[in-house]
Design a protein around this ligand. Sequence first.
Ligand SMILES: Cc1cc2nc3c(=O)[nH]c(=O)nc-3n(C[C@H](O)[C@H](O)[C@H](O)COP(=O)(O)O)c2cc1C
Length: 254
Amino acid sequence: MSTPTIEVIRRHGSVRNYKPDPVPTALIETIVAAAQCSSTSSNLQMMTVIAVTDADKRARVAGWCGNQTHVAQAPLLLVWCADLNRLDRICALRGYSQVTEYVENFLVAATDAAITAQTAALAAESLGLGICYIGSIRNRTQDMIELLGLPRLVFPVMGMTVGWPATPPPVRPRLSTDAVLHWELYNRDQDQAVRDYDRAMVETGIYEGRQVPVPGKSDAVEDYGWMEHSARRVCQPARTDLREILAGQGFDLA
Ligand SMILES: Cc1cc2nc3c(=O)[nH]c(=O)nc-3n(C[C@H](O)[C@H](O)[C@H](O)COP(=O)(O)O)c2cc1C
């Protein structure tokens, strides 16, 4: 069974090769306005998105993201931010003071940002645009905060390149639905589904020449697949400065 919306969802592939044509301002506004219709925790709308079209800025961000060329190439970079700053102002106007030191407050704001971002992604894809999330903006979070002039209580959760695909992106397989859809109780028996997916991903050829380096581990692992790739990603600390940067932005989650 399918619908036009499900078809758009099924055709998704991250786009890393864009035409130079800009995304018209009116279209960007349409996409963000549609995304704002997403559910939002208690209707607090704790998010802001910064649209970056300036080529010099995008080139700088691309460098910070480990020279991901698509970040400079895409005509638009959307930076999705968790935003409690607006509520801070509202509290001040109404004579209250906002509580911001709990993980809960940051979690709901980051969730709002992510939900809105994904709705925007679908809106963009339904218009024939391509997108790619860019978590690598958090390689240089403090620099991003300064580049975008983000005030206290605003935190850049992730970027998203948007533009017209130069080539259609590959559609990558996912884990079998059995592995992620459990009925009534958590199902711990997922090894076979994971192994099957490991092989399906090897067949896409995605890992050729793209092994994650791990100190002391050879790149020449014979059965390098989704399992090895994923394990290598999560066995090493990443972006260990984030707690400190969050505190600097007023999210003192100690
Ligand atoms: C939060 C998030 C951050 C991501 N960061 C990056 C990134 O920095 N660079 C990139 O090229 N892709 C990035 N991606 C895209 C994923 O690699 C991609 O969605 C995943 O490999 C599945 O491929 P597909 O989107 O083509 O189906 C990110 C995706 C998400 C959801």
